[in-house]
Write a protein that binds this ligand. Structure first.
Ligand code: FEO
Length: 404
């Protein structure tokens, strides 16, 4: 069912309550998602973004509940990922003469996905399309938020910013706007989305926020392409993005480990004891049994990352590899690190973890700790000392930040 957001502006998207994995199997979505599409009616009609292909008929039904799709004049494709563009082929069969508006990079990515000779109109920042009745679409390129083709569409006359993936959340809800949903859940999902998708583009986020605010466009509502629409105090999410993009972590340590016969687990707990003795907040995560994307959200917020693994086949346990891969790709800033682990024969894991942290530009603040077989009392004492040292580095960082 379409939802009227304001006069002549409708949400025509789809709520996907059952989604649990996104981007194939890359991202966990415990609370489902939505594929938001917006229909704007002036003298002419524009549809901004569509829905993922498997939901095409539901999406078209929602459009049909407002208007005959044949009457659509402009289809705005803000970004080519198929969760937003996937219903274009079915939609365009119903409005073949509509103009498909894309960013300059979208002029590569949309045809690249669908290989159709639609009537494309590439636009750049500041370009406008008048719909009549005082409504104009104004386009703002938003490269790397989060693809090179990403674009925002501002609906002048309605004070509505349609920001595509930016400011979104994978969050299926009964109602469409933020004042009608659980704020705590909403922010949990918004943060997870930022940490897992937008972190490496944080510098672009800061620049784009400044650029958009400098335009001094009145904004009464922000409609992202996933999740809840920001209607009540819409700029709260912009301010939150500005905060997140600065990547200022909390004075918290994470001890992230995997273990085979509990030797490395015991070492992890000894590291935690050192952190506790210094009064530093910390959490332990058994990486092999923790959702990787939830853990990334925790990593995003934490200052110190202490990784532990036994050595198997000359390296750390393969269960840690996807997380370590993300650690490099997501380009976290302002972290510190250390490593520990047990071994029986060759014992390379700790050195490799340290090398990986260094490659991720995460400086090591305590010497690595290795224990042969099950840790002895002195090995556990070394782990505890490592925890204390990490705690001292967190403190030093915090104090440095608050110093005048
Ligand atoms: Fe929601 Fe980048 O697609």
């Amino acid at each position: 069912m379409a939802v009227e957001l304001m006069k002549d502006v409708y949400w025509t998207g789809v709520v996907d309550w059952g989604l649990r994995l996104f981007h194939g199997h890359e991202l966990s979505t415990h609370r489902g998602s939505t594929y938001n599409s917006y229909l704007i009616r002036g003298e002419k009609t524009a549809l901004v973004d569509t829905a993922w292909g498997p939901f095409a008929s539901e999406f078209i039904d929602n459009v049909r509940s407002v208007i005959d799709p044949a009457a659509i004049d402009y289809v705005i494709a803000n970004h080519a990922e198929p969760d937003h563009s996937g219903s274009l082929p079915e939609l365009m069969r119903l409005c073949p003469k509509a103009t498909v508006v894309v960013s300059k990079r979208g002029a590569e990515s949309i045809p690249g996905h669908y290989h159709q000779k639609w009537n494309f109109q590439p636009v750049k920042t500041g370009d406008r399309i008048a719909l009549g009745n005082g409504i104009e679409l104004v386009f703002v390129e938003a490269p790397m938020l989060h693809w090179p083709d990403s674009m925002f569409t501002y609906v002048a006359g309605k004070n509505l910013l349609l920001s595509n993936d930016a400011f979104g959340q994978h969050y299926a809800t009964a109602f469409r706007t933020n004042e009608r949903v659980d704020t705590e859940e909403l922010y949990e999902e918004a943060l997870k989305y930022y940490a897992n998708i937008l972190t490496p583009f944080s510098d672009f986020v800061l620049k784009k926020i400044d650029e958009v605010l400098a335009l001094k466009l009145p904004v009464d509502m922000i409609g992202p392409s996933h999740g809840v629409i920001w209607k009540e105090r819409p700029l709260q999410i912009v301010e939150k993005y500005r905060e997140w993009a600065q990547q200022k972590p909390r004075p918290v340590a994470l001890v992230i480990y995997d273990t085979m016969w509990n030797a490395t687990r015991r070492m992890a707990e000894a590291v935690a004891a050192g952190l506790a003795a210094e009064g530093v907040a910390h959490k332990l995560f058994h990486a092999a049994t923790t959702d990787r994307n939830d853990l990334i959200t925790e990593i995003f917020q934490a200052r110190a990352l202490v990784f532990g693994s036994p050595t198997v086949n000359g390296s750390y346990l393969p269960t840690l590899a996807p997380l370590l891969h993300d650690l490099r790709g997501l380009k976290f800033k302002n972290k510190i690190g250390a490593a520990f682990g047990s071994y029986g024969w060759s014992g390379e894991a700790v050195k490799q973890l340290e090398e990986h942290l260094t490659a991720c530009k995460i400086p090591l603040v305590a010497e690595g700790v290795r224990a042969k077989w099950q840790p002895r009392a002195e090995d556990l004492a070394a782990c505890e000392a490592q925890g204390r040292k990490v705690a001292a580095s967190i403190r030093a960082g915090v104090e440095a930040k608050v110093a005048p």
